[in-house]
Design a protein around this ligand. Structure first.
Ligand code: BES
Ligand code: ZN
Ligand code: ZN
Length: 499
């Protein structure tokens, strides 16, 4: 879908469809909607008076102007109460309008950005484009039947009134497009099945990104990882015939910018290994590389946004399968850190591949490490599928993530990593076990990882809940969500502004 910017007045603008937004009272109307109402002899305010359109959040009403205006149709979309309005609702309303337009088979629309003066034009345009592109996302590349029924919007024109407006709108569109395309790339990888999205394919995607943006790429084979001492990553990879890859993407190496390491769990299929999962719902475990997909999305977005940061993306990618060669409960593994781990469950494989990746990240001496991982079912039980579990001990870094969460609308909720929890990981034969009891499962995952980051500020994002959703949300269709990309990109943008 294309976005264009034009300068003009909505009431004089000829188009297939003019998109207008309204709070739940016409008293609140400003700018274009008020001028159009006047030109249309109070038609819109009459609708409100008669309660045919109430302006409730996400309500959509299509109108035919019958020559009263140069625009052929008007789509009114509700924003609800003005006092409850924020950018998150705005992204949702933009998505709802986009889906309504797409499903009506209308291919072009225009939207006057100055319909209400709550946010500056660039922020409004960015959130509009983000909400709309994320809302109309569909994953249908693997469907061969009825392809002619797939509907898509061709073009949206964002109208500004002055040259300054249009400049700000253009900037907003550009940023919104970069971020949402990066999220959609991550969604495609998550939605892709494990016979297509293999560790080698993740490495290929990393290569594409590295070539397009001049990043340095290293892809370690299992033999190299073994030679380096990554005993935990290698153990998980042993049960699979699909070659595992340890991927390192390095952006802005040697430029003197702050270094931030991003580590993403890249289990392209998690059967549980010898501690096999029940078969019901196992198909979902193709999404166990959502952290890896997010890291690729973040790297791509950061490069396109030209953020002055040295970013290192680290992705341990492998399948977790049972076989005659697979690692087993009771095995003791020597990790890259030198610490040893007793495997209690081969299904707690995420923390094993991640611990070596976290240790590896330390060689960059980063200012911060963030890991993103579909780590525990316990986090889904605790927080549901709306919220990412946020864990860490560095208050300043936690605060940065919480602030980015409020801005991006990607919800996070903190779980504690108190020292007492370490007792659950005591082992008779090794330094740690890889699981505790059933208690505090998400936290124990975080505690385990904390043993591998030394003193570097680090946060762990358990995205097991929001990475893949059953029921759509206003701008997030069912399936892989690309969660983490917008959150971390926002944090990185703020980091650049603040430093
Ligand atoms: N990939 C799973 C976690 C998961 C579960 C993600 C549900 C998304 C939805 C992870 O590898 C796993 O199996 N974790 C175990 C840990 C346990 C053995 C301590 C779990 O959650 O049961
Ligand atoms: Zn598992
Ligand atoms: Zn897993």
């Amino acid at each position: 879908m294309k976005f264009q910017v034009d300068q003009g007045k909505a009431e004089n603008y000829a188009c297939e469809l003019l998109l207008l937004f309204s709070f739940d009272s016409s008293e609140e109307w400003e700018g274009s909607i008020r001028l159009i109402d006047t030109k249309w002899k109070g038609f819109l305010s009459n609708l409100m008076k008669q309660k045919d359109f109430k302006g409730e959040l996400y309500e959509c009403q299509l109108l035919y102007t019958q020559g009263a205006l140069p625009a052929k149709r008007i789509l009114l979309t509700g924003l609800g109460k003005r006092e409850d309005f924020d950018l998150e609702k705005w992204r949702g309303a933009s998505a709802k309008a986009g889906k309504f337009i797409r499903d009506s088979g209308i291919q072009k629309f225009a939207f006057p950005v100055k319909t209400f003066g709550v946010f500056p034009e660039d922020e409004l345009a960015e959130a509009f484009v983000t909400g709309l592109l994320l809302g109309v996302y569909q994953f249908n590349e693997l469907k061969t039947l009825d392809r002619d029924k797939i509907k898509e919007i061709e073009e949206g024109v964002l109208l500004g009134e002055t040259p300054e407006d249009t400049k700000r709108i253009e900037n907003g569109i550009k940023t919104g497009r970069i971020i949402s395309e990066s999220v959609c790339m991550a969604r495609d990888l998550v939605n892709g099945p494990s016979n297509q999205v293999t560790p080698a394919i993740l490495a290929q995607r990393a290569e594409k990104i590295s070539k397009e943006h001049g990043m340095e790429l290293q892809v370690l084979e299992v033999s190299q990882a073994e030679a380096m001492g990554m005993g935990a990553f290698v153990a998980v990879a042993k049960g699979s015939e699909e070659p595992a890859k340890f991927i390192i993407l390095d952006h802005h190496k040697g430029k003197g910018f702050d270094t931030i390491a991003l580590v993403g769990k890249g289990i392209t299929f998690d059967s549980g290994g010898i501690s096999l999962k029940p078969s019901e719902g196992m198909d979902r475990m193709k999404d166990d590389m959502s952290g890896a997909a997010a890291v690729l999305g973040i790297m791509e977005a950061a490069a396109r946004l030209q953020l002055p940061l040295h970013l290192v993306g680290i992705i341990p990618a492998t399948e977790n399968l049972p076989s005659g060669k697979a690692y087993k409960p009771g095995d003791v593994l020597k990790t890259l850190s030198g610490q040893t781990v007793e495997v209690i469950s081969t299904d707690a494989e995420g923390r094993l591949v991640l611990c070596d990746a976290l240790s590896y990240s330390l060689r960059y001496q980063p200012k911060a490490i963030l890991d993103l991982a579909t780590l525990t079912g316990a986090c889904v039980v605790a927080l549901g599928d709306y919220v990412t579990g946020l864990m860490g001990k560095d208050e300043a870094l936690i605060k940065r993530v919480e602030e980015a969460s409020a801005k991006s609308g990607e919800k996070v909720w903190r779980l504690p990593l108190w020292d007492e929890y370490s007792d659950y990981l005591k082992s008779d034969t090794a330094d740690f076990r890889n699981v505790g009891t059933r208690a505090a499962g998400a936290i124990i995952g975080g505690i385990f990882l904390s043993k591998f980051v030394e003193k570097i500020p680090w946060v762990h994002l358990d995205i097991a809940g929001p990475s893949n959703i059953e029921k759509e949300k206003p701008y997030t269709p069912r399936g892989g969500t690309g969660v983490g990309v917008r959150l971390v990109v926002q944090m990185l943008r703020d980091w650049v502004k603040g430093s």
